[in-house]
Structures are given as structure tokens and as C-alpha cells.
Design a protein around this ligand. Structure first.
Ligand SMILES: Cc1cc2nc3c(=O)[nH]c(=O)nc-3n(C[C@H](O)[C@H](O)[C@H](O)COP(=O)(O)O)c2cc1C
Length: 229
């Protein structure tokens, strides 16, 4: 089987997407010696190459981090470049969405879009893997993530063996759907104390965009809003 993987993180090889996809590929190649093609989407030329690879693919996986409850702009820009494939080729298409915050629920909105995308592109939908709490991999002890890495390896093995993304493993990986009450209380307290926003504010300051952080560039212009009222 030929597997083509598209990695949609702007952090490319330093990112968490890379690590999780690496686990899946390890499991896949253990079982299937078939060819593997990997693409990044972080530059225009790479996106063009990746679009050509998509047209040739047999089983395709698109993996990306959740940025502000949505896919990164580089992924959307690339998706808009894709042409539908011939449905007779039975190309299979699946997705991996991973985020820093623990609850899976925030990825359900992008999942609803991803569920409809394969049909629009002439492909069969394989499913969407959702995993939260991933950014903690950068600083928390490795043993906390052993089960998660194992599940991604298993997912790769199953994909190679059956050509499908295993539903039970997908459910296992989604783990926490919503935050527990005590966790909400904890985050609300952090927010009230100004601790929760500190690192975001630092990042925005460093990038010179703190003053614009509440801008709404895609909000309807006031006259459009009036038309709709
Ligand atoms: C600008 C920005 C926005 C983010 N928004 C979300 C979000 O809405 N939900 C979430 O769970 N994680 C969010 N994250 C965290 C990333 O999804 C998380 O760190 C992810 O593992 C990064 O993957 P990567 O290293 O492959 O880029 C955000 C991170 C950044 C930098």
C-alpha cells in the first residue's frame, strides 16, 4: 500500500505533529513495506509539490495542529489548491488533528468540515483522529505520553493491515471530551489571577501584535451587519 502523509504544522520537524505522525509511520512500516511519501505544507513550493503528490496518492493522511480552534492557514491554503481525484481510483483520505489543550470537543468543529471534505475531493473518508493535551510533550515527563505514542503506533499498524483507521483507537486517543468541573475551576482561577494569559501575551508582545489581539478582521463591516439586521 502506498501511504502519503501531509504535515500541516508551521513548526515542521520541531513540531508535535511530526512526533505523532512519526509514531504512526513507525507502526505502518513495521507491517507494510509499501512506499511512503511525506510532505510539508509550510512554503508555497512545498504546497505545490504536495498538491501534485495528493493527485497521485492511494491512502492519504493530512495531519495538523489546532490553531485557535481551527486548522492552520497553511493547511487551508493548500486544501484550496487541490483538485478532486477520479472517484474510480478509490483514494482513501484521513486526518489527524492534535491540539495543546486537553479536551477533544474543541476539535469537533474542524472535524465536521473534514468529514465532508473527502467526498468533495472524490475520496473515501477514513476518519479523523483527535488528540488534545499534546503541547505538554515539550516539557512534561515522557512516561506520561507512553500510552499515546503506543496508540499512534497501533493506528499505523492497523492502517497497514486493514487500510482503515481503527475506530476504537480513535476513541482511545480522543480521551477527554470536556474538562471536569474542578479543572474548569482551576483554569478560571488562573485566568482571574492573570496567570492563564501570561505566556500568550508574552508571545504576542514578542511578535508585535499584542495591541491587535482583540481585532476581528473577518467580522462583517458595520454596514453589512446593518443590512442583515
Ligand atoms: C497561535 C496558536 C494557537 C493555538 N490554538 C490552539 C487551540 O485553539 N486549541 C488547542 O488545543 N491548542 C492550540 N494551540 C496549541 C497547539 O495546537 C499545540 O501546541 C500543538 O501541539 C502544536 O503542534 P505543532 O508543534 O505540530 O505545531 C495553539 C498554538 C498556537 C501557537
Amino acid at each position: 500500500m502506498q501511504l502519503t502523509v501531509f504535515r500541516g504544522s508551521p513548526r515542521t520537524k520541531r513540531g508535535n505533529t511530526e512526533t505523532l505522525v512519526g509514531d504512526l509511520i513507525r507502526g505502518f512500516t513495521e507491517v507494510d513495506g509499501g512506499s511512503l511519501d511525506v510532505h510539508y505544507l509550510n512554503t508555497e513550493s512545498r504546497r505545490r509539490e504536495a498538491a501534485e503528490a495528493f493527485a497521485r496518492s492511494e491512502v492519504a493522511l493530512i495531519a495538523f495542529p489546532l490553531y485557535v480552534h481551527a486548522m492552520p492557514g497553511i493547511v487551508m491554503t493548500w486544501l484550496e489548491m487541490l483538485e478532486p481525484v477520479d472517484p474510480g481510483r478509490n483514494v482513501k483520505l484521513g486526518f489527524i488533528v492534535q491540539g495543546g489543550l486537553p479536551e477533544a470537543r474543541q476539535s469537533r468543529f474542524v472535524e465536521a468540515f473534514l468529514e465532508r471534505l473527502p467526498a468533495r475531493l472524490g475520496c473515501e473518508y477514513l476518519g479523523t483522529v483527535i488528540r488534545g493535551g499534546v503541547e505538554a510533550m515539550q516539557f512534561a515527563p515522557a512516561f506520561l505520553f507512553r500510552a499515546m505514542h503506543g496508540a499512534f503506533v497501533d493506528l499505523g499498524r492497523e492502517l497497514a493491515a486493514s487500510g482503515q483507521l481503527d475506530r476504537q483507537i480513535i476513541a482511545r486517543l480522543a480521551s477527554t471530551e470536556t474538562l471536569s468541573r474542578w479543572r474548569c475551576g482551576f483554569y478560571n482561577t488562573m485566568k482571574a489571577l492573570g496567570i492563564a494569559d501570561r505566556s500568550w501575551n508574552r508571545m504576542m508582545k514578542k511578535n508585535g501584535c499584542l495591541a491587535e489581539c482583540f481585532d476581528r478582521p473577518y467580522a462583517p463591516a458595520p454596514e453589512d451587519a446593518g443590512d442583515r439586521a
